[in-house]
Design a protein around this ligand. Structure first.
Ligand SMILES: CC(C)(COP(=O)(O)OP(=O)(O)OC[C@H]1O[C@@H](n2cnc3c(N)ncnc32)[C@H](O)[C@@H]1OP(=O)(O)O)[C@@H](O)C(=O)NCCC(=O)NCCS
Length: 148
């Protein structure tokens, strides 16, 4: 990555781009309405990564009882395999630490090798499995980060 990426809190101006990236990358994508609802929710923490003025990635989680439940995260297809996922995970862990969370968790489809590798390199560990969690009947792996 030669271009500089900056992370900002999610805001109205980013809804359309986050919705586009979500739809292009996530099988069970959130609706635009659900994405917009993150803005009014005091439990939600959402951030975007921006290069120049282009949104290239995003993530969100809900903080409940000092634990962060990650919703979706994705990197724009054009910008994948350039190390942005690593930077996104780093920002998320820093923000979660500042939020005083004790754990961060997510579900990932059992065959999403790229995402699983990224999470493991970022310090997440597999702690469980939800059978046939997805509409396509694939299992979800439950992963946690607890190294705050
Ligand atoms: C998963 C995703 C976020 C990774 O983002 P990315 O910017 O492409 O990832 P990076 O370039 O930072 O790569 C991070 C690590 O992922 C792994 N990785 C990246 N590309 C890979 C590939 N083609 N094959 C295997 N592992 C790969 C590597 O471990 C890599 O670490 P390294 O480059 O230091 O060795 C991105 O591919 C994405 O948005 N996918 C679609 C949406 C998705 O699956 N979201 C997760 C839902 S749970």
């Amino acid at each position: 990555m030669t271009e500089k990426i900056e992370f900002f809190d999610f805001d109205n101006q980013y809804i359309d781009e986050v919705f586009r990236i979500e739809n292009e990358n996530i099988l069970e994508a959130w609706s635009r309405k659900n994405i917009a609802s993150l803005l009014g929710d005091s439990k939600a923490r959402a951030r975007v990564g921006v290069i120049g003025n282009k949104v290239v990635c995003y993530y969100s989680y809900y903080a409940v009882c000092q634990e962060g439940f990650i919703n979706n995260l994705a990197v724009d297809k054009e910008y994948q395999h350039k190390g942005i996922g690593r930077l996104l995970m780093r920002d998320m862990i820093e923000i979660a630490r500042a939020d005083n969370l004790t754990g961060l968790t997510l579900e990932v489809q059992e065959d999403n090798e790229r995402a699983i590798a990224l999470y493991q390199k970022s310090g997440f560990e597999i702690e469980g499995r939800r059978k046939e969690f997805y509409k396509n009947k694939k299992d979800a792996l439950i992963m946690w980060y607890r190294k705050f």
